[in-house]
Design a protein around this ligand. Structure first.
Ligand SMILES: Cc1ncc(COP(=O)(O)O)c(C=O)c1O
Length: 356
Protein backbone atom coordinates (compact mmCIF):
# COMPACT_ATOMS: atom_id res chain seq x y z
CA UNK A 1 0.00 0.00 0.00
CA UNK A 2 1.28 3.41 -0.93
CA UNK A 3 2.37 5.66 1.97
CA UNK A 4 -0.17 8.50 2.22
CA UNK A 5 0.31 10.23 5.55
CA UNK A 6 2.71 11.81 8.02
CA UNK A 7 2.56 10.68 11.63
CA UNK A 8 4.63 13.67 12.69
CA UNK A 9 2.31 16.20 11.04
CA UNK A 10 -0.75 14.62 12.62
CA UNK A 11 0.94 14.81 16.02
CA UNK A 12 2.13 18.40 15.46
CA UNK A 13 -1.33 19.58 14.38
CA UNK A 14 -3.30 17.79 17.07
CA UNK A 15 -0.99 17.31 20.06
CA UNK A 16 1.96 19.65 19.65
CA UNK A 17 0.58 22.56 21.64
CA UNK A 18 0.68 23.09 25.39
CA UNK A 19 0.70 26.03 27.80
CA UNK A 20 4.51 25.98 27.60
CA UNK A 21 5.04 25.03 23.99
CA UNK A 22 8.59 23.97 23.30
CA UNK A 23 7.48 21.74 20.44
CA UNK A 24 8.02 24.59 17.95
CA UNK A 25 10.55 24.74 15.14
CA UNK A 26 10.34 28.33 13.92
CA UNK A 27 10.42 31.78 15.49
CA UNK A 28 7.28 33.56 16.74
CA UNK A 29 4.84 35.10 14.29
CA UNK A 30 5.75 38.36 12.58
CA UNK A 31 2.55 40.44 12.75
CA UNK A 32 0.96 41.88 9.62
CA UNK A 33 0.74 45.35 11.19
CA UNK A 34 4.55 45.49 11.43
CA UNK A 35 4.93 44.93 7.68
CA UNK A 36 5.19 48.27 5.81
CA UNK A 37 2.20 47.66 3.56
CA UNK A 38 -1.17 49.31 3.06
CA UNK A 39 -4.38 47.81 1.73
CA UNK A 40 -4.14 49.73 -1.56
CA UNK A 41 -0.92 47.86 -2.34
CA UNK A 42 -2.85 44.59 -2.31
CA UNK A 43 -5.08 43.06 -4.96
CA UNK A 44 -7.03 39.84 -5.25
CA UNK A 45 -6.02 38.79 -8.76
CA UNK A 46 -2.78 39.39 -10.60
CA UNK A 47 -0.48 38.42 -13.40
CA UNK A 48 0.88 35.13 -12.10
CA UNK A 49 1.55 32.34 -14.60
CA UNK A 50 4.87 30.51 -14.26
CA UNK A 51 5.67 32.76 -11.33
CA UNK A 52 4.76 36.34 -10.49
CA UNK A 53 7.61 38.37 -12.00
CA UNK A 54 8.22 40.77 -9.05
CA UNK A 55 8.31 37.81 -6.64
CA UNK A 56 10.58 35.79 -8.95
CA UNK A 57 12.98 38.74 -9.01
CA UNK A 58 12.80 39.34 -5.27
CA UNK A 59 13.57 35.68 -4.45
CA UNK A 60 16.30 35.62 -7.12
CA UNK A 61 17.88 38.75 -5.62
CA UNK A 62 17.77 37.35 -2.09
CA UNK A 63 19.41 34.10 -3.21
CA UNK A 64 21.88 35.65 -5.67
CA UNK A 65 20.47 33.70 -8.64
CA UNK A 66 18.65 34.41 -11.92
CA UNK A 67 14.85 34.40 -11.65
CA UNK A 68 14.68 31.56 -14.19
CA UNK A 69 16.24 29.24 -11.61
CA UNK A 70 13.48 30.04 -9.09
CA UNK A 71 10.31 27.97 -8.75
CA UNK A 72 7.86 29.48 -6.28
CA UNK A 73 5.94 27.04 -4.08
CA UNK A 74 3.64 27.03 -1.05
CA UNK A 75 6.27 26.84 1.69
CA UNK A 76 9.28 24.57 1.84
CA UNK A 77 6.80 21.71 2.24
CA UNK A 78 5.40 22.07 -1.27
CA UNK A 79 8.84 22.98 -2.59
CA UNK A 80 10.20 19.66 -1.32
CA UNK A 81 7.28 17.75 -2.74
CA UNK A 82 7.51 19.42 -6.15
CA UNK A 83 11.28 19.00 -6.34
CA UNK A 84 11.15 15.32 -5.39
CA UNK A 85 8.20 14.56 -7.64
CA UNK A 86 10.02 16.14 -10.59
CA UNK A 87 13.30 14.38 -9.93
CA UNK A 88 12.07 10.88 -9.12
CA UNK A 89 10.32 7.94 -10.68
CA UNK A 90 8.84 5.15 -8.55
CA UNK A 91 11.57 2.72 -7.48
CA UNK A 92 14.40 5.27 -7.78
CA UNK A 93 17.11 4.95 -5.16
CA UNK A 94 17.29 7.89 -2.77
CA UNK A 95 19.71 8.46 0.11
CA UNK A 96 18.46 10.51 3.02
CA UNK A 97 20.19 11.56 6.22
CA UNK A 98 19.16 9.86 9.45
CA UNK A 99 17.92 11.50 11.68
CA UNK A 100 15.94 13.94 9.57
CA UNK A 101 12.63 15.78 9.24
CA UNK A 102 9.98 13.08 9.01
CA UNK A 103 8.02 14.77 6.21
CA UNK A 104 10.95 14.34 3.83
CA UNK A 105 10.95 10.59 4.32
CA UNK A 106 7.15 10.39 4.14
CA UNK A 107 7.15 12.28 0.83
CA UNK A 108 9.79 9.95 -0.60
CA UNK A 109 7.77 6.92 0.47
CA UNK A 110 4.62 8.44 -1.01
CA UNK A 111 6.48 8.90 -4.31
CA UNK A 112 7.51 5.24 -4.23
CA UNK A 113 11.25 5.89 -3.88
CA UNK A 114 13.58 3.14 -2.65
CA UNK A 115 14.80 4.95 0.47
CA UNK A 116 18.24 4.27 1.99
CA UNK A 117 19.72 6.11 4.96
CA UNK A 118 23.10 7.59 5.68
CA UNK A 119 23.94 8.39 9.27
CA UNK A 120 24.49 11.68 10.99
CA UNK A 121 25.71 10.11 14.19
CA UNK A 122 25.13 11.46 17.65
CA UNK A 123 28.78 10.66 18.48
CA UNK A 124 29.91 13.05 15.74
CA UNK A 125 27.51 15.73 16.98
CA UNK A 126 25.20 15.00 13.99
CA UNK A 127 27.85 16.26 11.56
CA UNK A 128 27.23 15.89 7.84
CA UNK A 129 29.92 13.34 6.99
CA UNK A 130 30.59 12.53 3.31
CA UNK A 131 32.10 9.17 4.36
CA UNK A 132 28.63 8.09 5.51
CA UNK A 133 27.23 8.91 2.06
CA UNK A 134 30.10 7.03 0.41
CA UNK A 135 29.08 3.90 2.39
CA UNK A 136 25.64 3.75 0.78
CA UNK A 137 25.80 5.51 -2.60
CA UNK A 138 25.53 3.29 -5.69
CA UNK A 139 25.35 3.77 -9.46
CA UNK A 140 21.59 3.58 -9.05
CA UNK A 141 21.35 6.53 -6.64
CA UNK A 142 19.22 9.31 -8.16
CA UNK A 143 18.93 11.74 -5.26
CA UNK A 144 20.62 12.57 -1.95
CA UNK A 145 18.46 14.47 0.55
CA UNK A 146 19.60 16.47 3.56
CA UNK A 147 18.74 19.48 5.69
CA UNK A 148 20.99 22.45 6.45
CA UNK A 149 20.74 23.59 9.19
CA UNK A 150 20.04 20.04 10.25
CA UNK A 151 16.59 19.30 11.66
CA UNK A 152 16.50 18.26 14.53
CA UNK A 153 20.00 19.25 15.75
CA UNK A 154 20.51 22.66 14.02
CA UNK A 155 24.06 21.61 13.12
CA UNK A 156 25.53 23.56 10.19
CA UNK A 157 27.02 21.52 7.34
CA UNK A 158 30.46 22.59 6.15
CA UNK A 159 30.82 23.75 2.56
CA UNK A 160 33.61 21.18 2.14
CA UNK A 161 31.27 18.34 3.12
CA UNK A 162 28.55 19.65 0.79
CA UNK A 163 31.00 19.93 -2.12
CA UNK A 164 32.26 16.41 -1.54
CA UNK A 165 28.72 15.03 -1.51
CA UNK A 166 27.98 17.06 -4.66
CA UNK A 167 31.00 15.43 -6.32
CA UNK A 168 29.78 11.95 -5.38
CA UNK A 169 26.31 12.73 -6.72
CA UNK A 170 27.74 14.08 -9.98
CA UNK A 171 29.84 10.95 -10.48
CA UNK A 172 26.71 8.75 -10.53
CA UNK A 173 24.37 11.23 -12.25
CA UNK A 174 22.39 12.02 -9.10
CA UNK A 175 21.23 15.32 -7.58
CA UNK A 176 21.51 16.67 -4.05
CA UNK A 177 18.37 18.19 -2.53
CA UNK A 178 19.24 20.51 0.35
CA UNK A 179 16.36 21.76 2.49
CA UNK A 180 17.67 25.10 3.74
CA UNK A 181 14.58 26.34 5.55
CA UNK A 182 16.66 27.01 8.70
CA UNK A 183 19.84 28.29 7.03
CA UNK A 184 19.08 32.00 7.52
CA UNK A 185 19.11 31.37 11.27
CA UNK A 186 22.90 31.60 10.83
CA UNK A 187 22.83 35.28 11.68
CA UNK A 188 26.46 36.10 10.94
CA UNK A 189 28.21 35.17 7.70
CA UNK A 190 25.02 33.46 6.51
CA UNK A 191 26.15 30.87 3.94
CA UNK A 192 24.99 31.23 0.34
CA UNK A 193 22.38 28.72 -0.83
CA UNK A 194 24.18 25.51 -1.77
CA UNK A 195 22.72 25.90 -5.27
CA UNK A 196 25.88 27.94 -5.90
CA UNK A 197 28.04 24.86 -5.34
CA UNK A 198 27.11 23.23 -8.65
CA UNK A 199 24.30 22.23 -11.01
CA UNK A 200 23.67 18.96 -9.16
CA UNK A 201 22.36 20.97 -6.18
CA UNK A 202 18.66 21.66 -5.81
CA UNK A 203 17.71 23.88 -2.88
CA UNK A 204 14.41 24.43 -1.10
CA UNK A 205 13.57 27.15 1.39
CA UNK A 206 10.94 29.66 2.51
CA UNK A 207 10.18 32.68 4.69
CA UNK A 208 8.59 30.51 7.38
CA UNK A 209 10.87 29.29 10.15
CA UNK A 210 13.42 32.09 10.47
CA UNK A 211 11.14 35.01 9.64
CA UNK A 212 7.89 34.14 11.38
CA UNK A 213 5.97 34.52 8.11
CA UNK A 214 4.62 31.00 7.76
CA UNK A 215 1.13 32.18 6.80
CA UNK A 216 2.41 33.76 3.57
CA UNK A 217 3.53 30.30 2.43
CA UNK A 218 6.34 31.99 0.51
CA UNK A 219 8.60 29.09 -0.45
CA UNK A 220 10.82 28.31 -3.39
CA UNK A 221 13.07 25.85 -5.17
CA UNK A 222 16.39 26.81 -6.77
CA UNK A 223 17.29 24.53 -9.67
CA UNK A 224 19.08 24.83 -12.97
CA UNK A 225 16.75 26.48 -15.54
CA UNK A 226 15.75 23.36 -17.54
CA UNK A 227 14.90 21.53 -14.33
CA UNK A 228 13.10 24.61 -12.99
CA UNK A 229 10.94 24.62 -16.13
CA UNK A 230 10.06 20.95 -15.62
CA UNK A 231 9.05 21.76 -12.05
CA UNK A 232 6.78 24.60 -13.20
CA UNK A 233 5.12 22.20 -15.66
CA UNK A 234 4.53 19.61 -12.95
CA UNK A 235 3.24 22.31 -10.64
CA UNK A 236 0.38 22.82 -13.09
CA UNK A 237 -0.88 19.45 -11.91
CA UNK A 238 -0.55 20.36 -8.21
CA UNK A 239 -1.13 24.00 -7.38
CA UNK A 240 -1.64 25.83 -10.68
CA UNK A 241 -1.91 29.46 -9.48
CA UNK A 242 -0.94 30.77 -6.02
CA UNK A 243 -2.91 33.19 -3.83
CA UNK A 244 -2.03 36.59 -5.27
CA UNK A 245 -2.40 38.69 -2.07
CA UNK A 246 0.21 36.38 -0.51
CA UNK A 247 2.52 36.97 -3.48
CA UNK A 248 2.20 40.74 -3.05
CA UNK A 249 2.84 40.55 0.68
CA UNK A 250 5.80 38.25 0.07
CA UNK A 251 7.41 40.84 -2.23
CA UNK A 252 7.10 43.45 0.55
CA UNK A 253 8.51 40.99 3.08
CA UNK A 254 11.49 40.22 0.84
CA UNK A 255 12.21 43.97 0.58
CA UNK A 256 12.36 44.15 4.40
CA UNK A 257 13.99 40.83 5.25
CA UNK A 258 16.80 42.04 7.50
CA UNK A 259 14.41 43.96 9.73
CA UNK A 260 12.05 40.99 9.90
CA UNK A 261 14.85 38.56 10.74
CA UNK A 262 16.31 40.84 13.41
CA UNK A 263 13.00 41.01 15.24
CA UNK A 264 13.31 37.46 16.54
CA UNK A 265 17.10 37.20 16.64
CA UNK A 266 17.33 38.52 20.21
CA UNK A 267 14.82 35.91 21.43
CA UNK A 268 16.59 33.06 19.62
CA UNK A 269 19.94 34.12 21.08
CA UNK A 270 18.59 34.64 24.60
CA UNK A 271 16.86 31.23 24.46
CA UNK A 272 20.05 29.55 23.27
CA UNK A 273 22.05 31.11 26.14
CA UNK A 274 19.48 29.72 28.61
CA UNK A 275 19.60 26.32 26.95
CA UNK A 276 23.38 26.17 27.22
CA UNK A 277 23.21 27.07 30.93
CA UNK A 278 20.55 24.41 31.41
CA UNK A 279 22.64 21.76 29.62
CA UNK A 280 25.71 22.67 31.65
CA UNK A 281 23.98 21.92 34.96
CA UNK A 282 21.72 19.03 33.90
CA UNK A 283 23.24 15.57 34.03
CA UNK A 284 20.08 13.84 32.87
CA UNK A 285 20.20 15.34 29.36
CA UNK A 286 22.90 16.03 26.79
CA UNK A 287 22.99 17.74 23.40
CA UNK A 288 25.55 19.13 20.97
CA UNK A 289 26.09 22.86 21.57
CA UNK A 290 25.17 24.83 18.46
CA UNK A 291 25.77 28.46 17.67
CA UNK A 292 22.71 28.92 15.47
CA UNK A 293 19.26 27.53 14.72
CA UNK A 294 15.86 27.32 16.31
CA UNK A 295 15.81 23.67 17.42
CA UNK A 296 17.91 21.39 19.61
CA UNK A 297 17.73 17.63 20.11
CA UNK A 298 18.30 16.45 23.68
CA UNK A 299 19.31 12.95 24.75
CA UNK A 300 17.60 11.73 27.90
CA UNK A 301 20.00 9.64 30.01
CA UNK A 302 18.87 6.80 32.29
CA UNK A 303 15.19 7.66 32.30
CA UNK A 304 12.14 6.21 30.65
CA UNK A 305 11.29 8.62 27.83
CA UNK A 306 7.57 7.81 27.71
CA UNK A 307 7.14 8.39 31.44
CA UNK A 308 9.11 11.61 31.19
CA UNK A 309 7.10 12.95 28.23
CA UNK A 310 3.78 12.08 29.89
CA UNK A 311 4.83 13.69 33.18
CA UNK A 312 6.12 16.77 31.38
CA UNK A 313 2.85 17.16 29.53
CA UNK A 314 0.30 16.31 32.22
CA UNK A 315 1.94 17.61 35.38
CA UNK A 316 4.08 20.41 33.93
CA UNK A 317 1.93 21.52 30.94
CA UNK A 318 4.95 21.55 28.64
CA UNK A 319 5.25 20.08 25.14
CA UNK A 320 8.39 18.95 23.33
CA UNK A 321 8.68 16.80 20.19
CA UNK A 322 9.25 13.09 20.91
CA UNK A 323 12.52 11.88 19.38
CA UNK A 324 10.70 8.91 17.85
CA UNK A 325 9.64 11.18 15.00
CA UNK A 326 13.32 11.46 14.08
CA UNK A 327 14.10 7.80 14.68
CA UNK A 328 15.75 8.81 17.97
CA UNK A 329 14.07 7.08 20.91
CA UNK A 330 15.26 8.49 24.26
CA UNK A 331 15.52 11.94 22.74
CA UNK A 332 13.26 14.98 22.49
CA UNK A 333 13.43 18.14 20.43
CA UNK A 334 12.84 21.63 21.74
CA UNK A 335 12.32 24.89 19.85
CA UNK A 336 13.67 28.39 20.46
CA UNK A 337 12.75 31.89 19.33
CA UNK A 338 9.05 32.22 20.16
CA UNK A 339 8.74 33.78 23.61
CA UNK A 340 11.66 34.05 26.01
CA UNK A 341 9.64 33.84 29.22
CA UNK A 342 7.76 30.81 27.93
CA UNK A 343 11.07 29.17 27.02
CA UNK A 344 12.55 29.91 30.45
CA UNK A 345 9.52 28.47 32.22
CA UNK A 346 9.41 25.48 29.85
CA UNK A 347 13.07 24.64 30.56
CA UNK A 348 12.48 24.95 34.27
CA UNK A 349 9.57 22.55 33.99
CA UNK A 350 11.68 20.10 32.01
CA UNK A 351 14.18 20.32 34.87
CA UNK A 352 11.43 19.53 37.39
CA UNK A 353 10.11 16.62 35.33
CA UNK A 354 13.64 15.20 35.21
CA UNK A 355 13.88 15.09 39.00
CA UNK A 356 12.02 11.84 39.50
C1 LIG B 1 13.40 20.67 7.46
C2 LIG B 1 12.05 21.27 7.26
N1 LIG B 1 11.63 21.53 6.01
C3 LIG B 1 10.42 22.07 5.78
C4 LIG B 1 9.56 22.38 6.80
C5 LIG B 1 8.24 23.01 6.46
O1 LIG B 1 8.51 24.32 6.08
P1 LIG B 1 7.38 25.30 5.51
O2 LIG B 1 6.63 25.83 6.68
O3 LIG B 1 8.16 26.35 4.80
O4 LIG B 1 6.52 24.53 4.59
C6 LIG B 1 9.94 22.11 8.11
C7 LIG B 1 9.00 22.38 9.22
O5 LIG B 1 9.19 22.03 10.34
C8 LIG B 1 11.22 21.55 8.35
O6 LIG B 1 11.63 21.30 9.59
Amino acid sequence: MRHRHSDYMLWAKTQGRARFNLATSGVGSFPLHALPVTIDQLEINGDSTYGYAPLQHAIGKKCGVDPDTVVAAAGTSMANHLAMATLLDPGDEVLIEQPTYELLTSMLLYLGAAVKHFARTEESGYALDPAQVRHVITRKTRLIVLTNLHNPSSVLASETALREIGGMARSVGARVLVDEVYLDAVYTNTPRPSYHLGPEFVVTSSLTKVYGLSGLRCGWILAEPSLARAMWRLNDLFASIPAHPAELLSVVALENLDTIRDRSRKIVEADRALLHEFLARQEAVSAPRTEFGTTAILHLENRNIDDFLTRLRTKYETSVVPGNFFGLPNHFRIGMGVDHEMFREGLQRIGQALKV
